[in-house]
Design a protein around this ligand. Sequence first.
Ligand code: CUK
Ligand code: CUA
Length: 671
Amino acid sequence: MRPSHLRALPRALALAAAAALLGCPPPDQGQPVSTGLGGQADKIAADRGLTPDDVAAALKTYMPSGRLDDHVMFASSGHAGQVLVIGLPSMRLLRSIAVFTPEPWQGYGVGGKESMEVLAGGASDGKQLTWGDTHHPSLSETNGSYDGQFLFIGDKANARVAVIDLRDFETKQIVKNPLATSDHGGAFVTPDTEWVIEGGQYAAPLGQGTYADIAEYDAKYRGYVTFWKFDRARGRIDVERSFGMELPPYWQDLADAGKGVSDGWIFMNSFNAERATGGVEQGKPPFEAGASQRDMDYLHIINLKKAAEVVARRGVKINGFTTIPLQASIEEGLLFFAPEPKSPHGVDVTPGGEYAVVSGKLDPHVTIYSTKKLFEAAAKGSSNKDPYGVPILDFDAVVEAQVELGLGPLHTQFDDKGYAYTSLFLDTAVARWTLGGPYADKHKTTPWTLVTKTPVQYNIGHLSTVEGDSATPGGGWLVAMNKWSIDRFFTTGPLLPQNFQLVDISAPGEVMPVVYDLPIGVGEPHYAQIIRADRLKPWEVYPEVGWNPMTGKVDPNATAKGKERVERRDGVVEIWSTVVRSHFTPEHVKVRQGDKVIWHLTSLERARDATHGFCIGGYNINLSLEPGEYASFEFVADKPGVYQFYCTEFCSALHLEMVGYLMVEPAGANK
Ligand code: CUK
Ligand code: CUA
């Protein structure tokens, strides 16, 4: 390792690297270790150089073959644009869920009509997008607790939100925000999933496609927040009943919904209260300096319940999307600010809704606001206003406590023992600290106190505890989502995986060991949520043969056994196929060059896991037909030749025989 690297490394990492340079041996290599488990275990531990702590970690996480995990984690995959599903405590990757990026294994966005329509719903101003930057998954809630029905996830790059149905783990809808090109705050749900919150980030003229020079930043650029109305019965966002709010051009960051005593309110961070506009190439301070000058930014306190009533009267259309203008929000008392230190990132509401915990990236404390004090101060109003007229509440009147944790606090989660856990990016550690108020009373802890820190490898972003952002957090496990994994895994070239570290938080007090490292080699996960597995009720096969996952019912074009057929009409060939181990019906399909081909496929399977694929090489088509599923695709057979269509899932002993021929007769050839 070059010394220039060391300078850029966090302290803990630098120490580890220095130890490696000095040639320290791995701990206890070859030393006899007593695991307490007897001869064979002791010998294996000794041979592998495992310490008693290593053995304990293995015993906590190892899942014998066939044993199921009792928790499931849904993690974003950053700019890979998908969601990862991971079992805990084994940390086994169970599957990915294709969301914003085409994914051939799931037959997602590779020719199949149903998924292509979902992706098309997320087109940006007419432009089809083939990726997203997923940050924050959000499980649907009932009364503040995860209900296991739906998952939402935001796309930071393109200001979009997707809806995933957890009966089949498939993306059902992508909505594009007409107000903006990019966002950050989505998605966060309100306690009954009435609303999915998507906050903005880098201010721009409101309404995607609207132009104003950056010299007019203060006058023409704006921040925003969007409240997407979720229609649970339909399992879709209702765009018509959704609305946005215009905000001053600070850079809004993460949000959290109030719950319990703060239900109906939204708390949202911002940074760049300086309204820095960059321009390093013109000798101006770069954003990183310009946006970090002030000691305070503004926590946004938004009365969503009232906004939902006011919007009918005061909403205006921007790019066809209902939006409450900033002035209306001020006049109606929908929006208040509280000062927050310094360059804040995460805001997290405690399980009962009593406090909002804010982490300032450049402040070693977390700042804890009392939601009750915020509401009291908001009711009184304030003569102190920001340059846009938004009332600024008095810091001392609304802050409950500040706890010094360390460098670079980012995000906070909770457990069932009255603890909060905050990620420390610069310290590259997880801090455990005690909540005060009713939590300290209940758990007999010293309020607002740092208890312990566990180093993680390295540069933690988010962390996630079991249902740790809900009204009913569990305990036991915490996952640290680390941006760097240097020296933890085999070097996979210059691009290294991220590192998810499982931390055992089951014991109260100071012991909080890392027990597992999971390399994530398919994207940079930002946030994740962990749900108890028994809350999920996924389908084992589709409910009926011919099920269209997008309409949620048997498709009119679903085909029964014996009803397979090919119909020809002017320049169109339409095929109704069935799929079952181990053949397609029909196996010969003949079309003429230039024909439009419409192909319906129905899986007749009722056996679990009997999935078939259907691909046509050269035409960029691959479907995944899970048991009972209907899928379709259309294309123009513009290239002549003989094309094999075959099953892409090794489904049976005669899987290789699961094939057919698409013959595309050259145009002009004799019939
Ligand atoms: S952000 Cu990624 S580490 Cu989008 Cu939640 Cu904080
Ligand atoms: Cu069906 Cu292989």
